[in-house]
Design a binder for this molecule. Sequence first.
Ligand SMILES: C[S@@+](CC[C@H](N)C(=O)[O-])C[C@H]1O[C@@H](n2cnc3c(N)ncnc32)[C@H](O)[C@@H]1O
Length: 205
Amino acid sequence: MKPETDPYQDAPRLPEEQPLDPRRLFSRPTAPLELEIGPGRGWFILERLEVAPANLIGLEIRRKWATIVDRRLAERGLAGRARVFAEDARWALPRFAGACLDVAFVHFPDPWWKKRHHKRLVVEPGLVGQLARVLRPGGELFLQTDVEERAEAYEQVVAAEPRFTPVGETARVADGPWGGARSPRERRALTDGLPVVRLHYRRGA
Ligand SMILES: C[S@@+](CC[C@H](N)C(=O)[O-])C[C@H]1O[C@@H](n2cnc3c(N)ncnc32)[C@H](O)[C@@H]1O
């Protein structure tokens, strides 16, 4: 039997240089740059591009979805404004140049419940520290989840990083100011009537 080839073996990867300034990957490098960690099926990126003048970069650990979404962006003529790379954000972010991002989104991360899977958690102190480094002063971090205990854990992790402060009196906000762009999981939660916890922080000077 012929060995099966992986249809996603050529998934898009970030350039290898370090430090990497991701702004230069886009046709207008001076535009604001927004990052989504774990875009999955990628609809948030498409919707956000319609309402914001920003460039967007997605880091998606699953090669299949990075390939499909990056290809979809190219087919729509948007490759100069947005790319999705097959990367583990925990390894990719330390390679980014400091203060290169304006906004970072983490929508519904961490669907791991078993203790043995906790090593896969994305929102942990190391990643939050990297986000504080790669967001410019005044930049924003937006996290959302439909699992209350996860939200509380995220609040604790971010509270321990002094470079982030809640945008309002607390980090919890009713909705994000993202022009109606929503992630696939967010749309499903809204359809199913699940409460969504949204956390919004600013990177201090
Ligand atoms: C529950 S899904 C949510 C997808 C999307 N954000 C949404 O809200 O619909 C979590 C996503 O994060 C991705 N992911 C998990 N760990 C990751 C990591 N370390 N780096 C990049 N992506 C990751 C998963 O592959 C998956 O696409």
